[in-house]
Design a protein around this ligand. Structure first.
Ligand code: AMP
Ligand code: ZN
Length: 454
């Protein structure tokens, strides 16, 4: 398996820490509002990664966090956090219990979205607010090493004391004024580990408040996967600040490498601009469903692009994906289920090779189309191969049900078969006409006649 690692800025062969096992952590949703379909790209990407490893015989330990506290607008350390903004938007009083219920509501919607997109549930979905003691312990560990300082609004990580700050690059281009100008900070790059808040928050050795956003990912990933684990993912917007900060605080605390491979999905765009809540140029999965598309058409749309390329969302493109997927379903449903076939090992190898090359899903989809068009494969082989590929693609072939053919049509098809067996082709053709009038088609295939809806 070769994966593009943002840490080394190159494609590398993947070597797990423990042979046969992959530990991975994904930056998950901030549950203050519905996810938009751009956010969902990063979860589909994480899902494909997991499925490819499992398809390849690895055992996967997959953790995704749920941010239900402390995520300030953009990467900022200043201003209002997103959960507080969510409470205000819904007219709820600022309290920890209301914040919990707000999160519960959006976690449910997140779970509905991910289920509709055939995203496998990660093995753990820890919530930041359930891990406050672990976050406090990690800040204390950093404090014990003299890597923090306290100013009037919180406890900060002192990046000067971590000379290799910015391991993933890009820090020269960060506009730190966006993060908020705080003249008390020693360096604009320094970031909040704990923010004081008298009104809302938890007690801590430094005062009441809540954890900074970055610390939750370090604390929860290490809690579930250990101080060093294999893969960390997120959207490309997380590289320069969030992920550089996660690395700094984790490696400074433990003295060990944090994640070994850093993978990032590119953005979904609308009219060439990043889809985002703040710009208002976003769609949700609900929008997709209400326009009559299936969520899996969106999954297909995403898989047509490599995860490291930007993808421009348009309704026309989604329609093309829906049509392509419907066509695949039709072909799949026309294949007999009578005998169980083996998947074709040659195509399986090509398919896996595509995915092992930094998750080349467009090529993997092309392999799927080659299978359905391949005249050298038997129907049974095709069916088995499509189902096998779908273990990774997750396009819902398994759930596709053939509509039962009415009895009347079955009887006519049998009569036609008898007529043909007796050499009475005129009668056979007449019966075929009757079947067609009922809205069905009889096809003669090498394995016998097949009846399907016209
Ligand atoms: P959030 O819920 O804001 O914490 O974001 C969840 C995930 O969505 C993060 O990994 C982001 O990097 C990612 N993300 C945000 N906007 C987009 C977008 N337009 N396209 C793809 N991924 C995105
Ligand atoms: Zn994170």
């Amino acid at each position: 398996m070769h994966l593009y690692n943002a840490l080394t800025r190159q494609k590398e062969e993947f070597k797990p820490i423990t042979p046969g096992i992959v530990s991975m952590y994904h930056c998950g949703p901030t549950v203050y509002d519905k996810a938009h379909i751009g956010n969902l790209r990063s979860f589909v990407f994480a899902d494909i990664l997991r499925r490819v490893f499992e398809y390849d015989g690895f055992k996967v330990k997959q953790v995704m966090n749920i941010t239900d506290v402390g995520h300030l607008a953009s990467d900022a350390d200043e201003g209002e956090d997103k959960m507080t903004a969510g409470l205000k938007r819904e007219g709820l009083e600022l309290s920890l219990s209301n914040m919990r219920s707000l999160a519960d509501k959006y976690i449910r919607l997140f779970e509905e979205d991910t289920a509709a997109l055939n995203i496998e549930k990660p093995h753990a979905l820890p919530r930041a607010s359930d891990f406050i003691p672990e976050q406090v312990a990690l800040i204390k560990r950093l404090e014990g090493k003299g890597l923090t300082y306290v100013i009037s609004d919180g406890v900060y990580f002192d990046t000067e004391k971590y000379p290799v700050y910015g391991k993933l690059g890009g820090i020269a281009d960060v506009d730190y004024s966006r993060i908020g100008v705080n003249t008390e900070k020693k360096n604009p790059r320094d970031f909040a580990l704990w923010k004081f808040n008298e009104r809302l928050g938890w007690e801590s050795p430094w005062g009441k408040g809540f954890p900074g956003w970055h610390i939750e990912c370090s604390a929860m990933s290490m809690k579930h996967l250990g101080e060093t684990f294999d893969i960390h993912t997120g959207g490309v917007d997380h590289i320069t600040v969030h992920h550089n900060n996660e690395i700094a605080q984790s490696e400074a605390a433990t003295g060990k490498p944090f994640a070994k491979y850093w993978l990032h999905n590119e953005h979904v765009l609308v009219n060439g601009e990043k889809m985002s809540k703040s710009k208002g140029n976003f769609f949700t999965l609900e929008d997709i469903i209400s326009r009559g598309f299936s969520p899996l058409a969106y999954r297909y749309f995403l898989l047509q692009a490599h995860y490291r390329t930007q993808i421009n969302f348009t309704w026309e493109a989604l329609e093309a994906s829906q049509n392509a997927l419907n066509k695949l379903y039709d072909i799949f449903l026309s294949l007999p289920i009578s005998s169980i076939g083996e998947e074709s090992s040659v195509t399986r190898t090509h398919f896996l090779e595509a995915l092992e090359e930094d998750l080349n899903t467009p090529l993997a989809l092309a392999e799927l189309w080659d299978v359905v068009r391949d005249r050298a494969l038997s129907d049974e082989e095709k069916r088995a191969t499509i189902l096998d590929f779908d273990r990774v693609l997750g396009l819902g072939f398994v759930e596709q049900k053939r509509e039962p053919v009415p009895n009347e049509v079955e009887i006519l098809a049998k009569e036609r078969e008898n007529a043909r067996a007796q050499g009475d082709f005129t009668k056979a053709d007449e019966i075929r006409g009757e079947v067609e009038k009922l809205g069905y088609i009889v096809e003669d295939t090498p394995t016998g006649p097949r009846v399907r809806k016209a």
